[in-house]
Design a protein around this ligand. Sequence first.
Ligand code: AMP
Ligand code: MN
Ligand code: MN
Length: 331
Amino acid sequence: MPNLKEAAALLARATDVTLLGHVRPDADALGSALALGRALRLRGAEVRVSVGEPEEMPETLRSLDVGGLYVPASELPESEGLLVALDTPTPGRLGKLAPRVDAVRAAGRDVLVIDHHASNVFYGTHHVVDDTAEATAVLVFALLEELGTEIDEPIARCLYAGLVTDTSGFRRARPSTHQMAAKLLEAGVDPDKVVREIVDDHPFAWLPMLSDVLVGARLEPDEARGFGLAHAVVTLDAARSVRAEEVEAVVDVVRSVREAGVAVVLKEAAPIGPRRRWTVSLRSAGGVDVSAAAGELGGGGHRQAAGCTAEGTADEVLGKIREALSRAPLL
Ligand code: AMP
Ligand code: MN
Ligand code: MN
């Protein structure tokens, strides 16, 4: 892989490292940051992990931070060391921590970008970017092997969390994906426990919320270039009794609909103006490229899992998504 040796050398000499994941982090962003952070901490470096939003780490991911490396964005010190951005294709996806990239570069210090998004804009001084990698965790694993780091159970658990979620439970996997997973299990990961904690652990209140949301789901068989579109809308009102984790899990139900090649879930975000705001999740069963449609609306992601934010009524946003999907490239 290009640049791996150079990036490993940069990490090997770093004594102070700030690792950032994208806003509203998933298991790949935080797992990758915490795994690399722990490895560097064990080598003696001063290390902290943070994200621009929200302040607190998502509840389902807290067990990944064995060493207490996570620092809320508002408490993140300005540091004199290396900045590492993980699973984050553009500085904008760092949210309110985005200005750190320019600040570190202006001070003549290094920014290492580790990512697997095809849309990465190479905003660092060093890059380990490979859009054929299933997860950023795969790239961190390769870096740790290059560094000769011993993979202990907490590191392995963080990497497994990113790998299992970004491959949708090893649905998108190559032989090398399972070879990496095998090494992580040999390091002591309990796969059932990890997946239960970060994917399959919802309060009972999720069921009435799902019922409320799914009763409004619609199937549009002719949309998404004829592959079919299933969509559902999660309003703030419907989500009032559950966590963000339950809201994010709705798309995994909607994407299992046989008649729909594309699933879309609109998730209402807290209002900051008079118009409704939404974060949108798009999933493709493999027929059309949803990252292109998300990209048209100012978002991004991967060909089969993408997202964006939008303003307006749910119908207005759905209209824009239908249009963008009608132009999305076939896979
Ligand atoms: P999500 O539906 O939030 O799980 O996101 C699916 C994928 O889309 C993630 O891997 C992100 O890379 C990407 N993504 C989600 N929201 C955005 C956004 N607003 N801008 C760019 N990429 C996004
Ligand atoms: Mn991610
Ligand atoms: Mn990822």
